[in-house]
Write a protein that binds this ligand. Sequence first.
Ligand code: CA
Length: 552
Amino acid sequence: MHFHHLLPWALPALVLATDCTPPSILPHISLPPGLVLLPSTITVSIVSNYSLPATATSPGHPSLTFCNITLSYTRTNRPSVPITLRFFLPTTPFFKSRFLATGGGGLSLTSGERSLYPGLVHGAATGTTDGGFRNLADVILHSEGRMDYDMLYSYAFNGIRELGRIGKALTLGFYGTEKVWMYFQGCSEGGREGLSMAQRFGREWDGVAAGAPAMRQAMLQVVHLFPLLVEQKHHYEGGPCELEEVDRGVIEGCDGADGRVDGVVSRSELCGSEIKGVVGRGFKCPARAGGPAVEGRVGELAVTVAEEILAGLKDGKGRRVYIPVRPGSGFADAAMTWNVTTSKWGAVAGGLGLQYVNLFLKEVQDRTLDLEGVTGDTLREWMLEGMKKFADTLQTNWPDLSEYRDHGGKVLHWHGEADGGISAGSSVVYLDAVRRTMYPGLGLREGFAKMDEWYRFFLIPGAGHCGPNPQQPNGPFPQDLFGTLIDWVEKGINPGRLNTTVLGGPLKGTQQELCGWPLRPLWKDGVLDCVYDQPAVESWLPELDSIPVPVY
Ligand code: CA
């Protein structure tokens, strides 16, 4: 453990008016071999006294002053594709010898400048990269049938790795220091990027905060289509409003299983997928998504559809293909499309599921994907095809992090338990694969006890995809994950239980100390306890007996 690093007052003081200019910045831009700076693209500006409001993912700050830099470079094998980086560098003495790389969402490597502010709050030089594209879907095919593997690898890991290496050199040069702690923070696709760094370049990073990682994309992108198949099979024509009411019923039915009736499902494994009780609940929604205002009562068919979705994807032989969505997570992937010709809601493929199958598997530019004749077996075949095609890129589920651990790296991994876009179960399956791979001789509890020294996982009760969830407004959220990670990496303070705050609803402002996996929450007389319940933990690990190889 090397806790020694240069103290802030040992650094030369910056004068932004002279140090935050293109000629002053240029000498600090040092690119790894194979990359070429485009000097004319460098733009530099001083931002003074910026007031950052508190958000779900940052405590905010009243006055931030920083040097705002953008620059582009190319790779020697692709001189036509500029890759654009953006950095915010805080003033001294606010700078604390930290660099934070941040990640994107969906098929983008960047979340724009909003992802840079949470780093500044903690005195980190912070950066983001576009990897050479705005949206990978726009560039993944040279032409039909010809995948652009440079862009695929840029998205998979090269873009973020280059951001880290360039950002580290810039930070060391700009502040004239010899040590910088290297961090990554991201959620969804960003969470996947963080894991990709820990899995591949373990010696280059000290701390990774990975939320709801969009890993195992060969399965994840295809399973987005599964709820549509269920709706198609049952000729279901109810709209989003009815399924939302089903979700409310599921939440109400499961709420108390954790020992506290607060509108938050903190123990989704105690719900089961039997939800008959919601039949007959009234619902009412204004017009939206092209469809009309609706009012009605939940019917039997909506419940059948919801139960099949919650039960998860199976193949034609009844074997389990992939990890199901958690009860109480809503039915985002079941979203239907209003047909103006028939005036009915219908299941129409769209979004990432459609883009992935067309662009990444079939390598065609089609904007539609006909689901007629598509079954669970079809989805399984698509998954197996992608597992082979993208094993070293989009899967990002290599379970051995020894190099990262031995370098001293820490992982802070979290997932909203009510995430309707990426099942929280996806994270649990990976976590358990890491445990089994790295601690093969130990039992579940003993293995996690060892893993806790450097890899912690927290389910956020009631939270949705990368944020709080309006369906469970009393749920807590970790507003300052980066601060928690810094304390762990630099001061050796293991988060133990995770500090969170309820950010909305009647309990707004309440603090909660969340349980770290594999402990599970149980409220007793209004007090949150963390209990070890092995059957509950094992219920999060479905046997994917339809997939003929181990799924990490
Ligand atoms: Ca509850």
